[in-house]
Design a protein around this ligand. Structure first.
Ligand SMILES: NC(=O)c1ccc[n+]([C@@H]2O[C@H](COP(=O)([O-])OP(=O)(O)OC[C@H]3O[C@@H](n4cnc5c(N)ncnc54)[C@H](OP(=O)(O)O)[C@@H]3O)[C@@H](O)[C@H]2O)c1
Length: 340
């Protein structure tokens, strides 16, 4: 089997580390791993395939120097903006986890369970975008429901601190520690606009002209692009003091009445979804259940009390895996199928 030179840009970050772990788990056909990060981490090492690979500083020449064929980017939007074109120029396909290219018309935005064939549009620009973490887990569930005629989606999210990166997780940890030392009021907050420990913050990213936040707009417009329809969506994105695993309370309105039992059975057989829905046993998806998993968990599936065209669901997935690294690796696997 052909093997590939794979670069992970942001290899030392929350998503990058998970990406390398998943590449190991799926036995990805790698001839050479190229971990790239900033000068801060250069010289460190990453274990992969019984070997240690040295982290190099990302430069304009990194991709041509190492002969990179697949470049998995997760080091921030401005890094992708600047360096993805160098990777493409060096002949690599870029799979980008940041929001930078997602809404560009000629860049495919892909969730393999939903719009796998869009991957082939990578030939336009050499770049495939990975959607926002909250979008991925929601569209995986909406896709099978599309057959009932989606009319509108309203979602409120409960997003873990790891969604904002490693330092954000550390900030929660430090504030928890300060709480037990009775000095939470003096604990610094740099990663979030307010204290996150023992709090919830109804703001993720900056506010836009629409009065929605950028994160909320991502969920709205990315969902429409991936599903290929002008679906009315409204989102309220909230940061909660958990470490890993985003929760979503989703309300969907359909063209006709839908039966919750039928939906439960349909979702049970849909790809990479696990239905956990036994309320009498207090069994439903939770971040602690989804952490470290590559599936999206759905539960609390119920019809609206007043309108049988409306269904309510609760969705949880590991944001670092399903919402980022797993999706990117699945895209890469699909891309490889086309090459061999
Ligand atoms: N966290 C999530 O759930 C999630 C989900 C989907 C998408 N994303 C996106 O993925 C990206 C990374 O997120 P993260 O959570 O992994 O962040 P993170 O934990 O803060 O890691 C950032 C990574 O980027 C590297 N980096 C920073 N500046 C760099 C530079 N100038 N040159 C090269 N590398 C640089 C860092 O390297 P050093 O160690 O050298 O600083 C580190 O490896 C972001 O764009 C984020 O929006 C995150």
């Amino acid at each position: 089997m052909r093997k590939f030179v794979v670069a992970v840009v942001g290899a030392t970050g929350a998503v990058g580390e998970e990406m390398i772990e998943i590449l190991k788990e799926v036995d990805f056909p790698i001839s050479e791993l190229v971990p790239l990060a900033s000068s801060r981490s250069a010289g460190g090492t990453v274990e992969f395939g019984e070997k240690e690979w040295t982290v190099s500083e990302l430069t304009e020449d990194s991709f041509s120097e190492f002969g990179v064929e697949i470049a998995l980017f997760s080091a921030g939007g401005s890094i992708s903006e600047k360096y993805a074109p160098y990777a493409v120029e060096a002949g690599a396909v870029v799979i980008d986890n940041t929001s930078h290219f997602r809404m560009e018309k000629d860049i495919p935005l892909v969730v393999p369970e939903v719009n796998p064939d869009d991957i082939f549009d990578w030939r336009n620009r050499g770049i495939i975008a990975n959607p926002n973490c909250s979008t991925i887990q929601m569209v995986q569930v909406l896709k099978p429901l599309q057959k009932y005629g989606l009319e509108r989606v309203d979602v409120s999210t409960y997003q873990a601190t790891s969604g904002a990166g490693k330092e954000a997780m550390e900030e929660l940890g430090n504030q928890m520690k300060d709480f037990f030392e009775f000095k939470l009021d003096k604990s610094p907050h740099e990663q979030f606009p307010h204290q996150i420990a023992l709090n919830v913050i109804p703001q993720i990213d900056k506010f836009m002209e629409s009065d929605y936040t950028k994160e909320e707009e991502k969920m709205i417009f990315e969902t429409q692009k991936i599903l290929g329809m002008d679906l009315p969506v409204s989102a309220t994105c909230v940061r909660v003091p958990t470490l890993r695993g985003h929760g979503e309370s989703v309300t969907v309105r359909f063209a006709d009445e839908v039966d919750a039992d039928e939906v439960r059975e349909l979702l049970r057989v849909s790809p990479n979804l696990i239905v956990v829905d036994e309320p009498e046993e207090s069994a439903y998806p939770m971040p602690v259940v989804a952490t470290g998993k590559d599936e999206t968990f759905v539960g609390r599936i119920r019809s609206d009390l007043y309108d049988k065209r409306i269904l309510h669901l609760w969705i949880v997935a590991d944001n670092l895996r399903v919402g980022a690294a797993t999706n990117a690796v699945r895209i890469a696997q699909k891309w490889i199928e086309e090459q061999v």
